[in-house]
Design a protein around this ligand. Structure first.
Ligand SMILES: [Mg+2]
Length: 318
């Protein structure tokens, strides 16, 4: 059955029945890293996105290991929480707590045989314990240390992220960075990389500081990988989507299965093209990723595929 299906797609491709997918793959140039379960459906989504043009499009992207690289120069990059946990500016106790929590909860986050509902209470517990550990530590973090940490962090944006965000800015396509990570760090890293354009909004977990600059708490509700959609509907974030009502096409990018729900808060969403970065456990996780994302990019540390789509949207869709 599977063989027959892949043969069908091969024939469709030869018969040029998927011209946009073919164009993107040709421009991208590394088709062996692209896995598409339903070629016909992906072609339809691309047709809708390209034909409606930039004015109907919005982009929603995860940050850690999506906008940022998973690895660079043979070394795993840090997550926004990892930057803080590994920084020389935090106490030894806080570091030990962070490692202990990561070892306990990360395997749950990436466990493909557990449902999101089953994972959720564990994720909330992870954040709560982590935040308690920050608030219990002495001396507490201060605001200026966040800037220092971002500067020294081993967080590198995916290759050609700058090109992508610059393109989005040039044609006024809103880009939402929706992260279960640490928003203060994400914003600093965007600033350092000169991609904190006016069309980029970050929704994430934020540290809150008192008037002397000392850490006093964390934003609520916690944004974790499995509630990203609910969290954005909360309070003032609803206004963000209200303003984007006419943008019914979405390009969504993530590296975690939970990221596929990030567009749930979008009003009038007609087309959501889900692009997944498969960074780790490549063979084991590929089937689940192909079930959840329209396009899976296997160990690609660049934004080249998305840039190829944007070229079509901008050149053919206006
Ligand atoms: Mg991520």
């Amino acid at each position: 059955m599977l063989l027959r299906k892949s043969l069908l797609y091969q024939l469709m491709s030869w018969a040029k029945m998927t011209p946009l997918v073919d164009q993107v793959l040709t421009a991208y140039g590394r088709s062996e890293q692209v896995k598409i379960k339903n070629l016909e459906q992906t072609e339809k989504l691309l047709q809708s996105i390209v034909s409606s043009g930039p004015q109907a499009l919005q982009v929603i992207t995860d940050f850690d290991a999506t906008l940022s690289r998973y690895h660079a120069n043979g070394k795993k990059c840090e997550s926004s929480y990892g930057v803080i946990a590994h920084s020389p500016l935090v106490t030894k106790k806080l570091k030990e707590d962070a490692i202990e929590l990561f070892e306990k909860y990360y395997p749950i986050e990436i466990n493909v045989s557990m449902s999101a509902d089953e994972k959720t209470p564990h994720m909330i517990e992870w954040y709560q314990k982590s935040h308690e550990s920050f608030l219990d530590s002495y001396p507490r973090l201060n605001l200026s240390q966040i800037t220092e940490m971002a500067r020294d962090a081993h967080v590198i944006l995916r290759e050609n992220s700058h090109k992508m965000l610059k393109t989005l800015h040039s044609v006024n396509i809103p880009a939402l960075v929706l992260s279960a990570g640490m928003g203060n760090l994400v914003e600093e890293i965007l600033k350092i990389n000169s991609v904190n354009f006016s069309n980029v909004k970050v929704i994430a977990n934020f540290m809150q500081f008192d008037e002397t600059g000392l850490l006093k708490g964390f934003s609520e509700p916690v944004v974790h990988v499995f509630n990203k959609n609910e969290a954005v509907l909360h309070d003032d974030h609803a206004a963000y989507f209200e303003n984007l009502k006419s943008r019914h096409n979405v390009i969504l990018m993530g590296d975690s299965l939970g990221d596929t729900n990030m567009a749930t808060g979008v009003q009038n969403a007609e087309t959501v093209l889900k692009i997944g970065f498969l960074n780790t456990h490549l063979e084991d996780h590929l089937p689940a990723y192909m079930d959840s994302f329209d396009v899976v990019l296997v160990d690609d540390q660049s934004m080249d595929f998305i840039n190829s789509i944007l070229d079509l949207v901008i050149n053919d869709g206006t």
